[in-house]
Design a protein around this ligand. Sequence first.
Ligand SMILES: [Fe+2]
Ligand SMILES: [Fe+2]
Length: 299
Amino acid sequence: MSNFLDAYSIQNWLESCPQSYLMDTEYGHQLGAKEPSLILENPIVREEAIGTTVQLVVGERAALAASSGLINAAPDHASKRFLATQTLDEARHVEVFTQRLYDLGVKKNELEDTIAQHANPHLGQSAEILLEKVDKGDFVAGVVGQNIVLEGLAFSVFEMMQASNVEANPKFAQALAGTIADERRHVGFGENRIGSLIREHPEKRPEIEQMQKDMAYHMLASFADRFREQGGAMQEARRMSQDAAAESGAVPKSQVWHGTDLASADPAEMGAVLSNTVLKEFKTRLARIGLEYQTPDRP
Ligand SMILES: [Fe+2]
Ligand SMILES: [Fe+2]
């Protein structure tokens, strides 16, 4: 337990996050960094960026509700303290992505309407399944749902977005890189803390596996929706940023992520590499805590 205490202490959090990669940043990026003018000036690209960022705000709001709700359900004080640091991380993620919506030109009084307009319903349904466990004070199911399922997914989504923005949008890529570092801590806590609790409570396995199956269904459905509905706009946005880069004399670079070049893949290929990566990660992480991945019906 002593390694666990050190790795997930508030002291460690201070040293590895606010006093490290968040030093000299504002809203997760370099002071004064701006969204590229291509995004701000082109309505199609801007709308696509707003739609994507809304999904991040919705996911992070769910993570904030879950991690704060789990503090009082935690059976030990080391976990409570870790979840307090995670709560602040999630609140910060909500703030960082909300600020990005403002940077993209969303007015403060239009925020909730913009979120309601773009939020994918499946993402909300997946969050509801998780928050039901949290509201019941079910610590084991809540941590599996939050720190393994929801964050395992977020981790891959952020990585893919980070890889595709590293050249085109360093401001957003840096905010994502910090978020990925946070998520790595959160997923690590889930794997380390929950394995032993599941071994102590084997009777909880069927219910937790059912929750994972239900959450995975809605998550995969939200990817399918997003790449189907937004695929055209995504391609258009990418084509325009590549054109702009070519005009300024930049040599187009491939951005290979899990074997797929994100700079040239079509939306169906992007959706497939994301789903496959998320599934592979789910299986690995669940196996580490002694659970077997349950394949949902095809969305
Ligand atoms: Fe988060
Ligand atoms: Fe997180």
